[in-house]
Ligand binder design. Structure first.
Ligand code: GDP
Ligand code: IMO
Ligand code: MG
Length: 431
C-alpha cells in the first residue's frame, strides 16, 4: 500500500511543492487536505516557475489526478484564477484532472476582512497571518456556521447562509473594528457565479480517493504549512488554524491512517519562518542575510522576507515524534555553500538547564537559547550533484550529522529549485 504523506517538518516553506512534484511521477493521484491559499508551493520546471496556492503540486504531470479535499478552505476566486492561469499555460486541458470536495469550506470576503482588521488591532502582538481569511474561515467551520462548496451551487441555501453570516460579521466589522461592511447582493451574485464555474469539479472526494485506493491507485498527500504551525502541536498562538501534521491529512481527506504507507518530512538544510513567534536559531547578522539572499527567502504568498536561522534539530525531532517520519527530504542544501562554518542547534538552554526537546510553553520556547555544534562548511557549488557521492565530503558529513541528530534517514536531498537538481537516496513509493 503506497499512499504517502509529504509534509513540512519546520515552519513552512520547506520546499514541499518541489518534493511533491518529484514524487508525483510515482503516484497516480495528488491530494491537498489542509490549509488554503495561505500556502505557496513553488515549482521550477525547465526554467519556468509556477506557484500553487490551492491546486496540488502534481498538476504539471499530465494524466495524474489532483484533488482538493474537504479539509482545505477554498477561496473560489483564487482557485478559479489558478485554473485559468494553468489553462493559459497549456495545462489542465481536461477538467477531469482536477476534483474539488463539495464539502470544502469556502473563504468569503468577510473572512479576509476580519483577518486583516484583527491583525491591525493586535498591533505588535499580531500573528503575522497571510491575511487570506484562513483563521476566520476555520472558525466558522468549527462553529458550524460555515458555507461549503456545495452551497455555492444552491442559490436559496447560499442566500440564507450568507444573510445569516453577514448579519453578525457586518456587526463586528462596523461596530467593533470600525471597518467597512460587506455588501449582501453583490457577494451573493459573485459567489453564485463562482459556483457555476466550480460545479464541474465538485465531487465526494473521500469516496473518490477510497475507491481509487481500493483499486490499487497510489495517492500522494501534499501537506501545507509545517509541523510547528499546527493548531495543536505548533507554537500556539503563532500558528495557522488547521492540523498540518500527519493526522490532519487523514482527517482532512477522509482517508484512514491505516491506508497510509509512509510519511516524508520536508526540511530545509537551515530553517526559516514568516510571521511572528519563537525562533531560537534566528540570525540577525550578515550570515542570516547571506542565507536569505542565496536562498531567495521571500514569501511565495505575501513576498515578506523570511526570518532565517541555523538548522534546529529539536524542531525536526519533534516533527518526527508527532508524524513518525519514514524519511526526510532535505532541501536547499546548495544555499549553504560558501559559508566557512555551519552551525546546528542540538539542544536548548532554558533557564540555565539543558533541554533536548522543544519546550512545551510559549514563554519557555521564547526564552530558549540554542546550544550549537559547529561544523566545517564547504565552498563548492552543489547543484550539479546527482548522487550522494558527488557531494563534497564536508557536505556529506553535515547530512550524516543531521540524520544522527534527528534520528531520521535523509531519503532525498535537493540541491536546487529545478526538478533535476535532486538526489533520491530512497524512494518511498518503492521502499
Ligand atoms: P513550500 O511552501 O514548502 O512548497 O516551499 P516554497 O515554495 O514556499 O519555498 C521554497 C522555495 O525554495 C521555492 O522558491 C523553491 O523553488 C525553492 N527551492 C526548493 N528546493 C530548493 C533547493 O534545493 N535549492 C534552492 N536553491 N531552492 C529550492
Ligand atoms: P506553505 O504551505 C509559511 C504562517 C503565517 C503566519 C501563520 C498564520 O507555503 O509552507 P495564516 O494566514 O495561516 O492564518 O497565518 O502561519 N503561514 C505560513 N508560513 N508557509 C506557509 O505555507 C504558511 N501558511 C501560513 O506566516 O505566521
Ligand atoms: Mg510556501
Amino acid at each position: 500500500m503506497k499512499n504517502i504523506i509529504v509534509l513540512g517538518a519546520q515552519w513552512g516553506d520547506e520546499g514541499k511543492g518541489k518534493v511533491v512534484d518529484i514524487y508525483t511521477e510515482f503516484a497516480d493521484i495528488v491530494a491537498r487536505a489542509t490549509g488554503g491559499n495561505n500556502a505557496g508551493h513553488t515549482l521550477v520546471v525547465r526554467g519556468e516557475k509556477y506557484i500553487f496556492h490551492l491546486i496540488p503540486s502534481g498538476i504539471l504531470h499530465r494524466g495524474k489526478k489532483c484533488v482538493i479535499t474537504n479539509g482545505v478552505v477554498v477561496d473560489p476566486k483564487v482557485l478559479l484564477s489558478e485554473i485559468d492561469k494553468l489553462k493559459s499555460r497549456d495545462y489542465l486541458k481536461d477538467d477531469d484532472q482536477l476534483r474539488v470536495s463539495s464539502l470544502a469550506h469556502i473563504i468569503l470576503p468577510y473572512h479576509i476582512a476580519l483577518d486583516r482588521v484583527r491583525e491591525e488591532k493586535l498591533g505588535n502582538r499580531k500573528i503575522g497571518t497571510t491575511a487570506r481569511g484562513i483563521g476566520p474561515c476555520y472558525e466558522d467551520k468549527v462553529a458550524r456556521t460555515g458555507i461549503r462548496a456545495c452551497d455555492l451551487v444552491d442559490p436559496d441555501i447560499l442566500a440564507e447562509k450568507l444573510r445569516d453570516n453577514l448579519e453578525l460579521k457586518n456587526f463586528l466589522l462596523k461596530n467593533y473594528y470600525g471597518a467597512e461592511e460587506i455588501d449582501f447582493p453583490s457577494t451573493l451574485s459573485e459567489h453564485l457565479s463562482y459556483g457555476e464555474r466550480l460545479k464541474p469539479y465538485l465531487i465526494d472526494t473521500s469516496l473518490f480517493l477510497n475507491e481509487e485506493i481500493n483499486r490499487g491507485a497510489k495517492v500522494l498527500f501534499e501537506g501545507a504549512q509545517g509541523t510547528h504551525l499546527d493548531i495543536d502541536h505548533g507554537t500556539y498562538p503563532f500558528v495557522t488554524s488547521s492540523n498540518t501534521t500527519a493526522g490532519g491529512l487523514c482527517t482532512g481527506s477522509g482517508v484512514a491512517p491505516t491506508k497510509i504507507g509512509g510519511v516524508i518530512g520536508v526540511a530545509k538544510a537551515y530553517i526559516t519562518r514568516v510571521g511572528s513567534g519563537p525562533f531560537p536559531t534566528e540570525l540577525f547578522d550578515d550570515e542570516g542575510q547571506k542565507i536569505r539572499d542565496r536562498g531567495c527567502e521571500y514569501g511565495s504568498t505575501t513576498g515578506r522576507p523570511r526570518r532565517c536561522g541555523w538548522f534546529d534539530a529539536p524542531v525536526v525531532r519533534y516533527a518526527n515524534r508527532v508524524n513518525a517520519l519514514n524519511g526526510i527530504a532535505l532541501t536547499k542544501l546548495d544555499v549553504l555553500s560558501g559559508l566557512p562554518r555551519v552551525k546546528v542547534c542540538v539542544a536548548y538552554e532554558v533557564g540555565g538547564v539543558r533541554r533536548e526537546e522543544v519546550p512545551l510553553t510559549l514563554s519557555e520556547f521564547e526564552g530558549a537559547r540554542p546550544v550549537y555544534e559547529e561544523m566545517e562548511g564547504w565552498k563548492e557549488e552543489l547543484s550539479d550533484a546527482r548522487e550522494f557521492g558527488d557531494l563534497p565530503k564536508t557536505t556529506q558529513r553535515y547530512v550524516r550529522r543531521l540524520e544522527e541528530l534527528t534520528g531520521v534517514e535523509i531519503s532525498m536531498i535537493s540541491i536546487g529549485a529545478e526538478r533535476n537538481q535532486t538526489i533520491i537516496r530512497k524512494n518511498p513509493f518503492r521502499a
